[in-house]
Design a protein around this ligand. Sequence first.
Ligand SMILES: [Fe+2]
Length: 407
Amino acid sequence: MCDDELIPPQADLTEREWLRAGSEATAGGPPMRTTGRVPQWVNRRTLLGGAMAGAALTMLPSPAQSPASAAPRLGGPGAFPFPEHPNGKGEFAILVTGDAGTGDEAQYAVAAAARDLCRSEGIGLAVGLGDNIYENGPESDDDSEFQDKFEKPNSGIDVPWLMVLGNHDCSGLIPGSGGDPSRGDREVAYAATSRRWYMPSRYYSVPLPAADPLVEFFAIDTIPWSSYVAQLDPHYRWDGPYMREQRSWLDGALRASRAQWKVVIGHHPYLNNGKHGSAGSYDGFKIGNYTSGVHLKDMYENVVCGRADLILSGHDHTLQILEPTARTGGTRQVVCGASAKTEDGTAHFGHPAAWQNFSDHGFMVLKVSGARLTIDAYTVDVATRKATLAHRTRQTRPVAAPAGAHA
Ligand SMILES: [Fe+2]
């Protein structure tokens, strides 16, 4: 089961206001025990996991660098190469994982099961959909957690991993708050030293193959639009320069893409039948600029829907292949966040689904050819470390024509 119970008392509190509100709520009750700066009630009742964040909001670093548009394919020394040709089945096969960075047995089991499939499925690329380093994100550019919660579990899955930032990767005072986006820069910096971890900037695109792309991935940073708390750094405000630049970049990159298939990868989903709910009403909040994800909803609806074939997301620790609808402009939402944690077994919302699972660990494999796009969903038995193909969805018609198609 998932232990994520992060629900602020109100939308758009600062972290200090949230902590103060919790302190007042416990006044008159039993004495509050604390672990460092964060009261223990936060760990027990409201936090995603319970450890204490390492960075104080009063010590926010300076704004992060603005990313380039199309990222150069640079990685660490000896970085595993991107596939430039389809596998023996005529497809590009991509492993999709999410919310994996616990370092515990379940992460190892899911990775082991996926590793077994890599050769038979000809997997040449992997995706990590955020919450890469639980609970607080990395404490430095070379934090040992990168080894313990990524490199060691994924040893043998020797392909580039397209990584995106999750709310835990950008924790402020409260683990999982998303209150310190600048913390994500450590994951960008780490990519320069890893053979697997690919994150050349906080958002980026990767066309495959590079010269004449069949599919293009657009990795986005959803955190400042959907953090549990208000952003204090003006750079990362919902209407600040960073999010304006990212939205403009994504709009232009989708328009310019020459790929037949387009896949947006971002931690927070547009639509979601799991307990966190959908953008614009995350965790029951429908007001404010942050907690509800209202601006992420607006971005998905005005920039992504009808222009990308897939949105791949995590955040909810479930496996969902939702159906494309008129509302989504034909874009399909996929949630794949069960690579280390699971949920309560219950569908909380009723968006049409081709298949969904709210109780098992698992991962997916995306297979792309000129003729079709295939999503295989696998559940994993942690005890035996074995994967079972639970569902297969295929689609044959791209949502949008590539740039230049009608020239
Ligand atoms: Fe998350």
